[in-house]
Design a protein around this ligand. Sequence first.
Ligand SMILES: [Zn+2]
Length: 148
Amino acid sequence: MWSRSPIPSRVQERLSRLVSLWTRGILKERVEFKASAGGSRREQVNPSYSSQMCPSCGYVHRDNRKGDVFQCVKCKHADHADRVAAINLKARKDDSEIFLFTPKERVKTILLARFTARLETDLGTVSGRTPDTVSGPSESETAQAILC
Ligand SMILES: [Zn+2]
């Protein structure tokens, strides 16, 4: 026979939320302690797309990551997904355009612009070839890739 909990679900949800906040607080304190003990400090950065962006070419796509494996669909750069995210998060700390509370959509726009600019710069430096003769994703393909 199904028995009802003596604690109403509304109270259970509130308790669950409080325990979650308490756990996060302990985790935050522990990370700060460990960082200071190791001569480091903890900083929060905007995590948007950090696990989907290639640290080598800047290409952003959800297909770059499959579980713990990161492999860029453009340049084939491969690494552990957590390491890639850590590299991108470290770089994000000094970013002049992406801040902690920059909306995710804005981050997407910034990353798109950077990848497109980098692509155009790379195409411009290929001697004897114009952007029209060099194969690569078009601007619309790039936008679509980052918007995914
Ligand atoms: Zn890449």
